[in-house]
Design a protein around this ligand. Structure first.
Ligand SMILES: *[C@@H]1O[C@H](CO)[C@@H](O)[C@H](O)[C@H]1NC(C)=O
Ligand SMILES: *[C@@H]1O[C@H](CO)[C@@H](O)[C@H](O)[C@H]1NC(C)=O
Ligand SMILES: *[C@@H]1O[C@H](CO)[C@@H](O)[C@H](O)[C@H]1NC(C)=O
Length: 363
């Protein structure tokens, strides 16, 4: 309770305010952000990211293994950050339509939003249409979809040399959403620090016919957009793993008994209190908790102390002026997932270690 008024006061005070902004940038940095994002044209959260977020919010049953913060179960790949990058490529009206060619579009995904040191483990392209499935009007008619990768640097106006397509598939009907595994292409571009440029072509073909009359393309009108889902592993996850921690919900904190012994205390952090509600989509806040209390002589087992702390309390009891009591500090923390907009308005789902104090101890 004491936190909120003092925080509001601190934000208004010029001196403390600037100190707070130093703290804020430190925290943003640890969240992998250069500045506080201010989404300009926030896109809706992709349903898949919501589902993964919701699943991670619910702790697994006690008999199941704890969630691995550095693995995305849904795709069975290593990773703790999932981004959905919006396509930034233009349509190419000068080149369409030519008879059987219904749609030609440049796709562009800027991979430099990934931080230095992040390892890309998966990339999946999604092509979306308004309608669930468009039935071709004639028997034997198929849609042909091709994806070409554009060279790293291709000045506007210079046609790319014709290469073999990255993806080539035929569909009897187009579904609302088509998914393509572009992991290999994205990894290769990522290692060279570049961006992923593609050309998408959709044409109609009629089996046994040469070319097709105009009008067959009408179903493509429902073309909506494309996005690239990218899973990466931040350096936090590449470091040697600390001992696996049982993810325990803070709801299981010991009941509030009046005691000044060291223990975890409830602290709910609301992102709107720190002015972050614009870019953090979910959660709106969470139970972060903190440690407070005494570590008096004799230390009992409940205080989760180290041998060193036991000796320190003994010395403290003999010489209270010269040696302080051990400190009451977090000894077990657990992660949370945060869904937010990054500095380029992409939706990001990221798993952060050490956000919740589960247990305290005298150290
Ligand atoms: C890609 O994004 C970075 C920063 O996020 C920006 O500096 C760069 O200009 C972008 N590149 C292109 C080609 O848009
Ligand atoms: C995607 O492609 C990569 C390499 O091309 C492959 O290792 C991976 O298993 C593929 N993923 C799926 C889900 O097919
Ligand atoms: C010490 O750890 C036990 C479980 O290992 C826990 O129940 C207890 O609350 C912890 N003590 C403190 C002060 O958090």
């Amino acid at each position: 309770m004491w936190l909120l008024p003092s925080l509001a006061w601190a934000l208004l005070s010029p001196v403390l305010g600037s100190e707070l902004s130093v703290q804020e940038s430190l925290l943003l940095k640890s969240l992998g952000l250069s500045t506080k994002p201010s989404p300009k044209t926030p896109t809706p959260v992709p349903p898949l990211l919501w589902r993964i977020f919701q699943k991670r919010k619910t702790p697994p049953p006690m008999d199941k293994d704890p969630l691995d913060a550095c693995r995305v179960e849904e795709f069975n790949v290593p990773g703790n950050i999932i981004r959905v990058l919006a396509d930034q490529g233009p349509f190419m009206p000068e080149e369409q339509p030519q008879g059987w060619l219904c749609l030609r579009k440049r796709l562009f995904f800027n991979l430099s939003v990934l931080e230095e040191g992040e390892r890309l483990t998966m990339a999946q392209l999604e092509i979306k249409f308004h309608h669930n499935s468009y039935h071709p009007s004639r028997q034997g008619q198929v849609f042909e979809l091709r994806l070409f990768q554009t060279p790293e640097v291709s000045p506007p106006g210079v046609p790319e040399p014709r290469q073999s397509p990255l993806v080539e598939q035929s569909f009897a009907q187009l579904h609302k959403s088509l998914l393509f595994n572009l992991s290999a292409a994205a990894k290769e571009r990522r290692t060279r620090g570049g961006s992923l440029g593609l050309i998408l072509e959709i044409s109609v073909g009629v089996i046994g016919a040469l070319g097709a009359p105009r009008g067959l393309c009408s179903g493509i009108d429902s073309f909506l957009d494309t996005s690239l889902l990218v899973v990466t592993l931040s350096q936090q996850c590449q470091a040697p793993r600390r001992r696996r921690r049982r993810r325990r919900r803070s709801a299981g904190l010991p009941p509030l008994t009046p005691s000044n012994l060291c223990r975890a205390r409830r602290l709910h952090i609301s992102f709107s209190d720190v002015g972050w509600e614009n870019w953090i989509i979910a959660p709106q806040g969470y139970l972060a908790n903190y440690c407070r209390g005494e570590c008096p002589f004799p230390l009992t087992a409940e205080l989760n102390s180290t041998n060193h702390a036991v000796l320190q309390t003994m010395v403290h009891s003999l010489d209270p002026q010269g040696t302080p009591q051990p400190c009451c500090v977090p000894v077990r923390l657990s992660p949370i997932s945060i869904l937010y907009y990054d500095n380029s308005d992409n939706v990001v789902l990221r798993h952060y270690e050490d956000m919740v104090v589960d247990e305290c101890g005298c150290r």
